[in-house]
Design a protein around this ligand. Structure first.
Ligand code: URA
Length: 195
């Protein structure tokens, strides 16, 4: 087994926190583990828990539409993971103790993927990956550079479903992401060039 498969196996059998008791499936992630752009959500919802895939409910469909606007596609040139790999009951925010138990899975995913860009989807992953006092309403779309990786955050697609007035801001942020990809990523990211 290669290190990626080993990590996946470990994750699928994880019992480091109480979410293991209520999950149906562990949601390890989806996409191309060689991608240069990694998206990190919060945690699986009901549909994701049932199917074992990230972002496959309503918010996921909106995410796929947003990605296609800038020629990104989970089937080819990005990877999508979550802060926690198991569904928090009733879709509550993952507790700090659950995030602490799970973060090493994400850290290992990040090391193995080696992304040039990490896009946090929503405040939960931005608080962990960008800064503990991150304010998504004020800082979405801004860039930080740390350990050779460019980081930014977008509003979570579920927030865009609840509040469509946030969508124009996200469109601008997506254009900023596209510009950053052109600046730092491989030419395979140019329009239409699937990897
Ligand atoms: N919301 C998330 O943050 N992640 C998912 O996988 C689904 C919904």
């Amino acid at each position: 087994m290669n290190p990626w498969e080993e990590l996946k196996e470990e994750c699928l059998h994880c019992h480091r926190c109480n979410l293991a008791e209520t999950r149906t499936h562990v949601v390890f992630g989806a996409g191309n583990p060689q991608a240069e752009v990694l998206f990190v959500g919060e945690g699986p919802g009901e549909t994701e828990d049932q199917l074992g895939e990230p972002f496959v409910g309503r918010a996921g469909r909106l995410l796929d539409d947003m990605l296609s606007l800038i020629d990104l596609d989970r089937g080819s040139n990005i990877y999508i993971a979550n802060m926690v790999k198991c569904r928090p009951p009733r879709n509550r925010d993952p507790l700090n103790v659950e995030q602490d138990a799970c973060i090493h899975h994400l850290e290992r995913q990040i090391r193995l993927i080696g992304p040039k860009i990490i896009v946090c989807l929503g405040r939960i992953s931005a608080l962990r990956l960008i800064r503990p006092d991150y304010r998504i309403t004020q800082e979405h779309g801004q860039w930080t550079h740390r350990d050779g990786i460019f980081l930014t955050a977008l509003y979570h697609p579920a927030a865009l479903l609840r509040d469509p007035a946030k969508r124009p801001d996200t469109f601008v942020d997506l254009k900023g992401l596209q510009a950053k990809i052109r600046e730092v990523c491989d030419r395979t990211y140019e329009a239409g060039a699937a990897r």
